[in-house]
Design a protein around this ligand. Structure first.
Ligand code: AQP
Length: 343
């Protein structure tokens, strides 16, 4: 059999975003920006970035919007700096091995572990009995997304840390049950100053695509005016900026804006505080708005260009799908063989 029982290939990086709405600043700073930095600093690795549309149907969604939302996420990847020549950009549902591996892995995933996932508890809310099986099993599909490429590194925001732990656990269970060293332990890569960007309206809540309030997030497709208005209205407090990072403790809204500034400016929070100590929000917010517009405007413009030419996006996705399918089919073939299936 031609499977590599011990993974000795190059580093493989996998990550993805679900097309549940427009990409926001949290997705950009917590994920996409880091993917681009990794791409530009580690030419030896193989990289795959999926638009993970099978995850997007685990909550209510509009079927007629899904394909467009998928293209929009792909456009954001490209506009944000992912180079299709160096990183495969693909659509999860076009690579059926993700779903097959999920089923195989679900047979070795304990319900108790899934019940502990905080994202399920948050999203299912008080009505967990009525939540769909897909929402409950989401982390098993995520494990399959990663393991199907035998990925070694997974750049994500803080919120995905628990799911990543479960993926590592499933990989170890598979290896132990079948006496192989087939799946590597995927390493979460959680980097930068903004690993968890918070809502602009409530500094204790994660910035999220599914937050009903548009004012809670900055979308990558927002124009300059909208960005300025959203930052102006962002939650802060009456005090001026402190003179140390410790002074942000207990000031969630203030901490969030300083964090966003630091990540966009590629500085540390301490450097931002040193620059703005003692200043009021009347000074800091316009400075942050200028910086956000300066960084996001070129991306927004490029996204619009790409969205005006869906055939170009589709061609990039088709090439990415081909590459992803070749790798994924090989893995699932080997997994079937290890698990003892006929044929
Ligand atoms: N607020 C955030 N701060 C930092 N990173 C974030 N990510 C998401 N929100 C933040 C990271 O973005 C990547 C893609 O996430 P996703 O869209 O696939 O799922 P999510 O984490 O559930 O993001 P949302 O915006 O909250 O989507 P909805 O509302 O649809 O559930 C991941 O790497 C994530 O860590």
């Amino acid at each position: 059999m031609d499977n590599e029982q011990t993974y000795q290939g190059p580093q493989r990086v996998f990550s993805g975003v679900q097309p549940t709405g427009a990409l926001h600043l949290g997705n950009y700073l917590g994920a996409l920006k880091n993917w681009v930095d990794m791409q530009n600093n580690d030419p030896g690795a193989e990289r795959l970035y999926g638009v993970v549309d099978l995850h997007a149907i685990t909550a209510g969604y509009e079927p007629e919007q899904l394909a467009r939302a998928t293209r929009e996420i792909a456009a954001a990847y490209i506009a944000g700096g992912i180079d299709p020549a160096r990183s495969a950009i693909f659509v999860q549902s076009a690579v059926s091995a993700h779903s097959e591996l999920m089923w195989l892995l679900s047979s070795m995933t304990q319900m108790g572990k899934l019940e502990r996932m905080t994202q399920f508890k948050d999203k299912a809310g008080k009505n967990a009995e009525r939540a769909g099986l897909g929402l409950f099993a989401y982390p098993v599909l995520m494990a399959a997304d990663i393991l199907i490429y035998r990925a070694t590194h997974v750049p994500v925001g803080e919120d995905q840390k628990q799911h990543l732990e479960l993926s590592r656990d499933i990989a170890a269970t598979f290896n132990a049950r079948y006496g192989v060293e087939f799946f590597p332990q995927p390493e979460p890569v959680i980097m930068g100053e903004a690993t968890r960007v918070m809502s602009l309206q409530d500094g204790t809540k994660k910035m999220s695509k599914s937050d009903p309030s548009e004012k809670s997030r900055i979308n990558l497709i927002d124009d300059a005016d909208t960005i300025v208005k959203k930052i102006k209205k962002a939650q802060t407090d009456p005090d001026a900026l402190p003179d140390s990072v410790e002074g942000l403790a207990g000031r969630a809204g203030a901490d969030n804006l300083v964090t966003i500034y630091a990540a966009l400016a590629e500085k540390t929070k301490a450097e931002v505080i040193a620059e703005y100590a003692g200043q009021g929000w009347g000074v800091f917010k316009p400075a942050l708005a200028d910086l956000a517009v300066e960084k996001l405007a070129p991306m927004t413009a490029r996204m619009s260009e790409l969205m005006a030419d869906p055939a170009q996006i589709d061609a990039i996705l088709s090439a990415g799908n081909e590459k992803a399918n070749a790798l994924a089919e090989k893995t699932v073939r080997e997994v079937r063989e290890i698990m003892g299936f006929w044929g």
